[in-house]
Design a protein around this ligand. Structure first.
Ligand SMILES: *Cc1c(COP(=O)(O)O)cnc(C)c1O
Ligand code: SF4
Length: 345
């Protein structure tokens, strides 16, 4: 049942005049929607959803930046952007095989802040937080508090990186590394660029999508200003996540020489159709981004209702291959603990 449907202007009301570069995103990060009641009200959703939303948000908080919220369709409980962030009753139902650490990352955590599973590259958990909380996230139960790095732990992580001379690439991950400020990141990149065996710097981030004002001039400077070749792997699941502001942010990165790739998660009810996935591929390409991975969901507790079975997933990718140029067809993969790379399906 559709309740009060707010005018777009009500949702937009909190948008500030464009502030100085570097200010606005920080304000957006302190002005996230975290109260399910506010989300329900802003989007004119059925308040009957609220008790379950509150219960589910107890285990994994609601977090959504307003620029992302503004792309949702008011009054539509099936909106593909809303479904990614709205806590709900299905999360609370136990499902066999869905656990708290589906990727066994606890075992690949050699020093705090480092997840090293694959040869030649590792994840540096640069930040324990994200700008958005995605309900299907495999890190929803990740022990971030143990990975919130103190100064000496940072040094420990860097020492580990320096000692691994097979390593070519450090992947700044999280959480979302771009919740750190540009000064912190510039300093970190400087330290990484001083490690002789590294030649690439990769970011895994959703921030340019959910709060595109994060793509500041300072960010472009530290990302492209060292000897490390910059790669940014975006996380975008639906074409409607890309609006003019996101497109402009991505084009700015592209123009500065950043290789832009996208990883999406295949999600039931969000993007599990050939139409949705081709629209995503085209929208990414229009912004200078190539599809990289289409992930099968990690089987984390609370996310079972998003799962798409492998047969359906394969059919979808076959359909994509028939409707898109080959370079816009992502690789369908799953992460299997103990494997030395993502596993193609
Ligand atoms: C996904 C992942 C990577 C990167 O894998 P690529 O196939 O190079 O994109 C690196 N380390 C970990 C732990 C990962 O999960
Ligand atoms: S790690 Fe990625 S998928 Fe998980 S909550 Fe953060 S942005 Fe969303």
């Amino acid at each position: 049942m559709i309740q009060h449907v707010p005018a777009a202007s009500e949702i937009v009301a909190r948008e500030e005049a464009p502030a100085a570069s570097g200010r606005r995103w920080q304000e957006e990060m302190t002005d996230l929607v975290t109260d399910p009641a506010e989300l329900v009200k802003l989007l004119g959703l059925d308040p009957e959803q609220l008790p379950a939303a509150l219960r589910a948000a107890d285990g994994f908080a609601l977090r959504v930046p307003r620029p992302y919220l503004r792309r949702m369709r008011p009054g539509d409980p099936r909106d593909p952007l809303l479904l990614q962030v709205l806590p709900g009753a299905p999360e609370l139902e136990p499902a066999a095989g869905f656990t708290s650490d589906p990727l066994a990352e606890a075992q690949a955590n050699p020093v705090p802040g480092v997840v090293h599973k694959y040869r030649g590259r590792l994840l540096l958990i640069a930040a324990g937080q994200c700008a958005i909380n995605c309900r299907y996230c495999f890190r929803r139960e990740f022990p971030y508090s143990d990975n919130h790095l103190t100064r000496s732990q940072w040094q420990g992580a860097l020492d580990y990186i320096r000692a691994q001379d097979e390593l070519r690439e450090v992947i700044l991950s999280g959480g979302d590394p771009l919740v750190l400020n540009d000064r912190q990141l510039a300093r970190l990149v400087e330290e990484l660029a001083a490690v002789p065996h590294l030649d690439k710097l990769r970011l895994h981030t959703r921030l340019p999508v959910v709060a595109p004002s994060r793509v500041t001039d300072e960010l472009v400077t530290w990302l492209t200003g060292s000897r490390l070749r910059p790669v940014l792997v975006l996380h975008c699941n639906h074409a409607r996540e890309i609006d003019d502001e996101v497109r402009a942010a991505l084009r700015k990165l592209r123009a500065a020489g950043v290789t832009l790739l996208n990883q999406a998660v295949l999600l039931r009810g969000v993007n599990d159709s050939v139409a949705a996935l081709s629209a995503l591929g085209e929208a990414l390409f229009a912004s200078g981004v190539l599809p990289y991975y289409l992930h099968q969901l990690d089987r984390v507790r609370g996310a079972a209702h998003f799962e798409v079975d492998d047969g359906t997933a394969r059919d979808l990718v076959r359909g994509l291959r028939e409707s898109l140029p080959g370079y816009l067809v992502p690789r369908l993969v799953r992460e299997i603990p103990g494997e030395r790379s993502k596993t193609p399906i």
